[in-house]
Ligand binder design. Structure first.
Ligand code: PSU
Ligand code: MN
Length: 307
């Protein structure tokens, strides 16, 4: 995706991010759909600020990405973060929605896919999130496969996640990632993490045990023209995990509720996350916050390897 001059004109950097890039300091991209569609107010905005501070504490600079007034914001000022977290009608923007939101000057929260596009255009190489989208259960009839997977295949950004959200079909998600040439690396474990749980029950394709080793892999990828992204799966800290056998029932119930209410397309992930929040009595939110913070800290250390 060679960015055109006019596309670059749409990018607005925060002062903090502009100075970091000019000074060759590490920067970590952050998505905004997790703020607007993944967590309830006011925990969403509190978490967004906390995650930014976690990145600063590791010596890197956070760049929360969102679409506002026809511009691609790379780093949000405090007031803009507040506006986004509370605004009604924020669009959930994946690749298909990005230009629509910009052309109509709507508020747009970027998913993993759209955040990767924006991060790459802005010169950022490392991005921290919670869990990526993937192949939904029943995709063989619904065809519901997240655009995050295609973006990982085409856009050279390292995405630090806690794995694929356990509400997905994780074996099929892994198959698609392999087909599309995306390396999947578990951090410090042989098991593939499953978002709220430290293990999906599947072995991870690869394991690396340090930010330095991940940095070396990314530098190797850069030597190959047309290489795409890399997915890091970082298990949630043990004290915050909800074990897999405990999550299974909640996930099944949430998916049944989505089917009963005929939820479709891009509404599925936010709906199921909300239902799981209710079913776990709010515990899934605490786990979600802990894993995002954990991913942000690792992403900052990886970004430091690349400057
Ligand atoms: N992880 C979270 N909460 C979220 C998401 C991920 O902890 O809200 C969002 C991400 O933005 C991801 C999106 O890209 O859900 C996937 O949506 P879909 O399945 O519609 O592609
Ligand atoms: Mn989908």
């Amino acid at each position: 995706m060679p960015p055109s001059a006019s596309f670059q004109d749409l990018i607005v950097y925060s002062d903090e991010v502009r100075q970091a890039l000019a000074g060759g300091r590490p920067v970590v991209a952050l998505e905004s759909t997790i703020i607007t569609h993944g967590m309830p107010f006011p925990r969403n905005v509190e978490t967004a600020r906390q995650v930014e501070d976690d990145i600063r504490a590791e010596g890197a600079v956070p760049a929360t990405i969102a679409l506002m007034d026809g511009r691609i914001m790379i780093g949000l000022a405090d007031a803009d973060l507040d506006r986004l977290a509370q605004a009604e009608d924020v669009m959930k923007c994946s690749r298909a929605d990005l230009t629509f939101a910009l052309a109509t000057a709507r508020y747009g929260a970027t998913t993993v896919a759209a955040t990767m596009m924006a991060a790459h255009a802005a010169g950022l190489k490392v991005f921290a999130t919670g869990g990526i989208g993937g192949v939904h259960r029943g995709a063989e009839t619904s065809f519901d496969i997240s655009a995050d997977l295609d973006e990982l295949a085409r856009t050279p950004v390292c995405v630090v996640s806690a794995g694929a959200k356990a509400l997905l079909d994780i074996p099929k998600t892994l198959e698609v990632l392999e087909t599309k040439g995306v390396p999947v690396i578990a951090y410090g474990t042989e098991d593939l993490p499953a978002f709220w749980s430290r293990s999906s029950g599947l072995k991870a394709p690869y394991t690396l045990n340090s930010a330095q080793d991940i940095g070396a892999l990314l530098k190797m990828r850069e030597r190959f023209p047309g290489h795409g992204g890399v997915l890091i799966a970082n298990p949630v800290p043990r004290e915050h995990e909800i074990p897999r056998d405990e999550m299974t029932g909640h996930i099944d119930a949430a998916i049944r509720k989505a089917e009963a209410e005929n939820v479709r397309g891009k509404d599925v992930t936010p709906f199921v996350l909300g239902a799981i929040l209710d079913l776990t009595g709010g515990r899934s939110l605490e786990t979600n916050i802990a894993l995002v913070r954990n991913n942000a800290r690792l992403a900052a250390r990886i970004a430091a390897e690349l400057v």
